[in-house]
Design a protein. Structure first.
Length: 201
């Protein structure tokens, strides 16, 4: 019983300390969003648009050391290009044997013959990625995509807030807490290429 109370006390103390650090003692560092450039992003966004990489949120201690509180993290995403899928039913069957998917929904997505991009599985693990690559299923690929990552997990969620899903075709928006308060700085701005292929913001 005492051990349980001690653990609860420590968690509570840590949370309060983090709030105190964020708002009173240490400096809050907001890193502005910068543009990132990849061929896939440009193709999906269309019109030569380049979406910004969301900036990070840090707190700094009294020694000036940066402590990441909200950052972007790369995860593997398994996706399909329906225009390259000749048999949605068979492709779905093969995917279902390797991945935890909703077969009905996936087959429906694969049947969109005019679509260029449909997510099959987000945040795929190494085993899943390896199996998909080994299977060499026509029209199914693996790519990297950024998701928002909070090192403190739920302990600082009330302070940091959260963002809308980082969709490769949309700029993520802060929905609560610091993510919302400093959204304009964190979100950055969409860039594009003009007719001369020069970057402009």
């Amino acid at each position: 019983m005492k051990t349980g109370l001690r653990f609860t006390f420590l968690i509570g103390a840590f949370t309060l300390a983090f709030l105190f650090v964020t708002y009173n003692i240490y400096t809050l560092q907001i890193e502005q969003g910068d543009l990132y450039f990849t061929k896939a992003q440009a193709q999906r966004a269309g019109g030569g648009r380049f979406l910004p990489e969301r900036g990070a949120i840090y707190v700094t201690d009294k020694n000036g050391s940066l402590i990441p509180a909200a950052i972007n993290k790369e995860y593997s995403v398994i996706y399909a290009v329906p225009t390259e899928v000749t048999d949605p039913e068979e492709t779905t069957r093969r995917l279902a044997a390797l991945l935890p998917i909703d077969s009905v929904q996936v087959q429906k997505s694969l049947s969109k013959q005019k679509d260029q991009y449909e997510v099959i599985l987000e945040k795929a693990n190494k085993v899943q990625v390896a199996e998909i690559r080994e299977a060499m299923i026509a029209g199914v690929y693996v790519a990297s995509q950024q998701y928002r990552y909070y090192p403190f997990a739920q302990l600082a969620s009330q302070v940091l807030g959260y963002v809308s899903s980082i969709d490769p075709e949309k700029v993520a928006q802060g929905k609560y807490g610091l993510e919302s308060k400093y959204n304009s700085a964190l979100a950055g701005s969409v860039g594009r290429l003009d007719d001369s292929k020069k970057e402009i913001s």
